[in-house]
Design a protein around this ligand. Structure first.
Ligand code: SAM
Ligand code: SF4
Length: 324
């Protein structure tokens, strides 16, 4: 069992397989980074898997593949199959913008993937274009249909933004309700890579919008899930991911690995240790030692919960690198 320096059990590893993306979401990557990480700096699937194996053997039982846009990485299904074949009962999931799902969903399912989180911030083509800076909605909606058709579990992530998609909170929720899919509203997390024009909504404001159409009952957090769950009058459940709330980090159970091999203890902070040397040398003990150090030093809580952050306190972590 993996336990961090604050006594929290860590059983969840998020693996970013690329920082590249086919969208330029305003809250994540409005500009393409000045230069991408050169392809030769990315860890191969074999190298990533060597670390994943160490993590699984030491107690990780939940793995999420993310990015950037993970479906841009070639042969992703073969990577998923390697993980699945090593431990078929592992909770193996993927987060995607959905754009490439029409052509990949079946292969992902066949490789052993169980669940997908798909980002859907709007049902209006022009708003989707505004957020992602590309005409994306039609393919994303087709991607969601395809994922459901092949039998993958689907959840939707929506980041409500003031003046952009805030008026669609109920519409996107109803879209999900009609398909019997859970929606999770994610509070916008301020970061230095996002567009200055973006203003997120606080969890309370998001709930007020839902209350315009429904009565809601708070259910609580589901284990170590970052999502606080609510139920509306007809039994439909939705989630709110509220990292600005003070108790958000109390049950944090996750660490993150980037495509270059940086092991990150907290989404907010810059600190990371590299496992690249260890996995390139096939050094299992070395990889395990890096894991132990990262867990020992995992911060107690993020700083999104602090009111009135100074400019220099805004997180420098890039969501497209860390994987959200
Ligand atoms: N490209 C994939 C996607 O968009 O689903 C996976 C990577 S993306 C970084 C993972 C999740 O992080 C997405 O649901 C996205 O909406 C969310 N995200 C990105 N930037 C964010 C921010 N500044 N605040 C809150 N959520 C953010
Ligand atoms: Fe790409 Fe996902 Fe970031 Fe949007 S949120 S730019 S889809 S990595």
């Amino acid at each position: 069992m993996l336990i961090d320096g604050h006594g929290r059990v860590v059983n969840y590893l998020r693996v970013s397989v690329t920082e590249r993306c086919n969208f330029r979401c305003q809250y994540c990557m409005p500009e393409k980074p000045f230069s991408w990480v050169p392809k030769e700096n990315l860890l191969s699937f074999e190298e990533l898997f060597l670390f994943i194996k160490v993590a699984i053997d030491e107690g990780v039982n939940k793995i999420r593949i993310t990015g950037g846009e993970p479906l841009l990485r070639e042969d992703l299904d073969s990577f998923i199959k390697i993980i699945h074949d090593y431990k078929p009962d592992i909770d193996l999931a993927l987060t995607t913008n959905g754009y490439l799902l029409p052509e990949t969903a079946q292969r992902l399912k066949d490789a052993g993937l169980k669940r997908l989180n798909i980002s859907l911030d709007t049902l209006k083509p022009e708003t989707a274009h505004k957020i992602a800076q590309k005409d994306v909605l039609n393919k994303v909606l087709k991607g969601i249909d395809k994922a459901l058709e092949v039998g993958l579990g689907v959840k939707i992530n929506m980041v409500p933004l003031k003046g952009i998609n805030d008026i669609e909170i109920l519409d996107v929720m109803h879209y999900c309700m009609d398909r019997n899919i859970k929606i999770r509203f994610i509070e916008y997390m301020e970061n230095r890579h996002a567009s200055d024009a973006i203003k997120g909504m606080h969890g309370k404001e998001i709930l007020e919008k839902v209350k315009e159409g429904h009565t809601i009952k708070a259910l609580g957090r589901e284990g170590a899930s970052p999502s606080f769950n609510y139920k509306i009058e007809n039994g439909y459940e939705f989630g709110l991911i509220d990292p600005h709330k003070h108790d958000f980090c109390e049950s944090c159970n996750r660490i993150r690995l980037t495509a270059e091999g940086n092991l990150i203890p907290c989404l907010y902070f810059d600190e990371a240790l590299s496992i690249a040397k260890a996995v390139k040398e096939g050094d299992i003990k070395g990889a395990s030692e890096v894991l132990a150090t990262v867990l020992r030093d995992k911060p107690k809580e993020n700083r999104w919960s602090m009111d009135n952050l100074d400019e220099e306190d805004i997180s420098a972590r890039a969501f497209y690198e860390t994987g959200g």
